[in-house]
Design a binder for this molecule. Structure first.
Ligand SMILES: *Cc1c(COP(=O)(O)O)cnc(C)c1O
Length: 495
């Protein structure tokens, strides 16, 4: 199966090429030229298998240039018991009669990015070999939190790769900082940048566009790549858990095979919810996909009106992984809903770059309106939801998942839709201890490990083992540099 660019359908490459390149040369995103369909009976068959085998079966449909044995080896390395501390990998936890959580945070860094970033490095490393790429890859990441630790943990000791992560000195939580600075592995590097996330990100962008540096690195046998969510190798592993969740619900008799359910997804870059849409297109019985945002609510407005407009103030919230004004993966959805009109999509993306806005055609808007619903939640509503759900169900939500629960409540209230809904739960509450303690009305003026202990004490819940273990780890990375010294950090790292 070939993958084509959303901005030029004639640029088509095999799966390994799409994964090795990440982004198409024309700036477009790679999508499969056709979507495999789930056949009648597939759900029953998949439902009998454990998560790792579900992943192999589903990924195989998209990756014809990989063997089943390869995919099985990758899935075992990615989702085995050394990485995931839950036998179901992505378990479904019921809340009440028509709501359940799909918990995507049982991986090594306790956020849903692990689902994709445990798999991507294996796909990428193998893709380099399949495409006869001579150079090895160095992944550069600027992170405001979750992506950095998940990418480090995923690429740790994966052959033909190195990874360097830059984080803003004053822009990540104590726990996120500890996760990164204590990272183990022989091919990893971590460095703080004086300033905020924008400083770290613009520094990384400057490195990517430095032609001279690229040439020097090429000669030394390296090319630079990023681990962000536009790579197909990051999206594909996410399709698996939507199908897996449905299988689990069928196994338990919660839904009858064939009955449609809704998913409600806390959304930033539109990667997670797009994977749900792909699962739906493959034939998974999904009715509505509910897109939940915080007050950076560009997507709420887009889904309601058909106009995407990023010309608005950026707000820092207690759900930082959703503080995004450009949701890159939306481009893939628009491409599909337009009937694969690459010229039209290229035009929208040009308008977005030049004016910060575009309005989609009626065909696309009707497609969006048929399948998506949207809503958003303020920080104080999000905190109220954490407090209420814990009070009523003794189930502790993180700040991102709480946005989704809040939006689902409002959607149900307004629409009267009582269909069974799975809320996609994207992080352990222990990753955002201070905001969660705050929401519960508890004192949050403590640092790192003390916050974890306090949250355990006041809720009677247990923190995930990887976070508790941080207290006993040695800090390996202490460097902090000015933005203009980042290039030097990368050259030293690769020499
Ligand atoms: C990255 C992230 C999100 C947003 O996911 P997208 O795929 O960018 O929409 C939501 N919650 C958490 C905890 C995350 O880390």
């Amino acid at each position: 199966m070939l993958y084509q660019s959303t901005r030029n359908k004639n640029l088509a490459v095999p799966a390994a090429g799409a994964i090795a390149q990440g982004l198409s040369r024309d700036g477009g995103l790679f999508v499969p030229v056709s979507l495999p369909a789930l056949r009648p009976g597939d759900i029953e068959t998949l439902a009998k298998k454990p998560y790792i085998e579900r992943a192999v079966s589903i990924m195989k449909l998209f990756l014809e240039d990989f063997t089943e044995e390869e995919l099985r080896a990758f899935a075992r390395a990615a989702y085995g018991p050394e990485s995931f501390n839950h036998a179901d990998v992505a378990p479904v936890a019921p809340l009440d009669g028509n709501t359940a959580f799909l918990e995507l945070w049982h991986g090594p860094t306790c956020a849903f990015k692990d689902m994709a970033l445990q798999m991507l490095p294996h796909l990428l490393s193998a893709s380099l070999t399949k495409t006869a790429e001579q150079k090895d890859v160095c992944i550069l990441v600027a992170t405001s939190g979750d992506t950095g630790s998940a990418a480090l943990e995923g690429f740790r000791d994966v052959k033909r790769t190195k990874i360097m992560v830059f984080y803003p000195e004053d822009g990540v939580s104590d726990i996120q900082k500890l996760q990164m600075t204590t990272q183990e592995g022989g091919n990893v590097g971590v460095c703080a940048v004086a300033g905020n996330f924008d400083d770290a990100q613009s520094g990384v962008k400057a490195i990517f566009s430095d032609e001279g540096l690229r040439e020097t690195l090429n000669k030394a046998g390296w090319f630079l790549s990023s681990a962000n969510s536009i790579n197909w190798g990051r999206l594909l592993p996410q399709i698996v858990y939507y199908i897996s969740a449905y299988c689990d619900l069928v196994n338990r008799g919660t839904v009858k095979n064939g009955d449609k359910i809704n998913f409600c997804v806390p959304t930033g870059n539109f990667g997670n919810i797009l994977a749900g849409w792909y699962a739906k297109r493959m034939g998974l019985p999904i009715d509505k996909l509910i897109c939940a945002s915080n007050c950076n609510n560009v997507l709420t407005d887009f889904i309601a009106t058909g106009t995407y407009d990023k010309n608005r103030d950026f707000t820092t919230t207690i759900s930082p992984s959703m503080d995004i004004l450009i949701s890159s993966n939306l481009e893939r959805l628009l491409f599909e809903l337009s009937g694969r009109d690459d010229g039209l999509i290229a035009g929208y993306m040009k308008a977005l770059a030049e004016t910060g806005r575009y309005t989609v055609s009626k065909t696309i808007f009707d497609g969006v309106a048929a399948e998506f619903r949207s809503g958003w939640s303020t920080d104080s509503e999000t905190k109220k939801t954490i407090r209420q759900v814990f009070g009523k169900h003794r189930y502790l939500l993180d700040t991102h998942t709480a946005v989704a629960v809040n939006v689902l409540d409002k959607y149900r209230e307004a629409s009267g839709d009582t269909r069974f809904t799975v809320v996609v739960s994207t992080a352990s509450p222990y990753k955002f201890c201070d905001s969660v303690l705050d929401a519960l009305g508890e004192d949050s003026r403590l640092d790192g490990m003390a916050l974890i202990e306090r949250l355990e004490k006041v809720t009677g819940t247990t923190a995930p083992a990887p976070l508790k273990a941080l207290g006993g780890k040695t800090v390996r990375f202490r460097d902090c540099v000015e933005k203009d010294a980042m290039t030097g950090v990368v050259t030293r790292f690769l020499s």
